[in-house]
Design a protein around this ligand. Structure first.
Ligand SMILES: [Zn+2]
Length: 243
């Protein structure tokens, strides 16, 4: 497949590695797969002022320097580019690190209990993180709190199109005892640090209504640059109500 990378601007053929997944068609230069390029497209269309076709150009122009950006990621193709803008931070959750403390230039944060102030960020980013949060709705509520009015949380989660009607709880965690109860067969993904991480939630259509109640106007954006695969993938954009 011939594609254009919305992260680094490279044009050329990409290879299908694992059929039918968003972890596919990596860019020949920056290796960004479909889900990261979907995120980049949504970042550009919401924050690029129509001036840039790829993230690298947007960051080089200085247009993103005025944005307070927080990404929930240790590493990755978005971080490689966006971390060159002036007000970018990234976070990760380590059990052995105090919340709010830095470890190798990365801030330790628990998305359900953030140390950030209210109305702090213009743009919050995550890629396939929320399905691993044991209380995802508390996480969305915290993101809504730390976003500035009109700011946006742009994220990917594994989804099925058409959406399943209701989100499914695959597992739950008793925080007092640390016991995990599995309601469905266990599914694990690779975490950013190479370890396996459990999927707690399969999200469904109810995410739109639940986020609206948290003051986030949510829509699903499917980028046309993903060519024939654009009907299967996309990024969610949650804009904080400004009243
Ligand atoms: Zn690229």
């Amino acid at each position: 497949m011939y594609e254009f990378c919305t992260i680094c601007g490279t044009e050329g053929p990409t290879k299908e590695v694992r059929p039918n997944t968003a972890h596919n068609f990596g860019c020949s230069n920056c290796r960004a797969t479909l889900r990261f390029r979907a995120l980049a497209t949504s970042i550009l269309t919401n924050f690029g002022k129509g001036r840039h076709q790829n993230l690298q150009r947007a960051v080089k122009s200085g247009d993103f320097d005025e944005l307070a950006i927080w990404e929930l990621s240790l590493r990755g193709p978005i971080k490689n580019i966006l971390s060159k803008s002036k007000n970018y931070i990234n976070s990760y959750y380590w059990e052995d690190t105090k919340l709010g403390e830095m470890k190798n230039n990365v801030i330790c944060q628990d998305i359900t209990n953030l140390t950030f102030d209210d109305n702090q960020f213009d743009l919050v980013l995550s890629s396939d993180v929320m399905e691993h949060v044991h209380e995802p709705w508390a996480g969305f509520e915290e993101v809504a709190r730390v976003l500035k009015p009109s700011g946006a949380y742009i994220f990917t989660i594994p989804i099925r199109i058409p959406f399943r009607p209701t989100s499914v709880v695959r597992a739950s965690l008793d925080t007092k005892t640390g016991t995990i109860t599995h309601h469905l067969p266990e599914v694990y993904h690779n975490a950013g640090d190479g370890s396996d991480t459990l999927v707690f939630t399969d999200f469904g259509q109810d995410i739109f209504e639940r986020l609206r109640k948290l003051g986030l106007y949510l829509y699903f954006q499917q980028p046309s640059t993903l060519s024939q695969h654009s009907n299967r993938f996309g990024a969610f954009v949650a804009v904080k109500n400004s009243n």
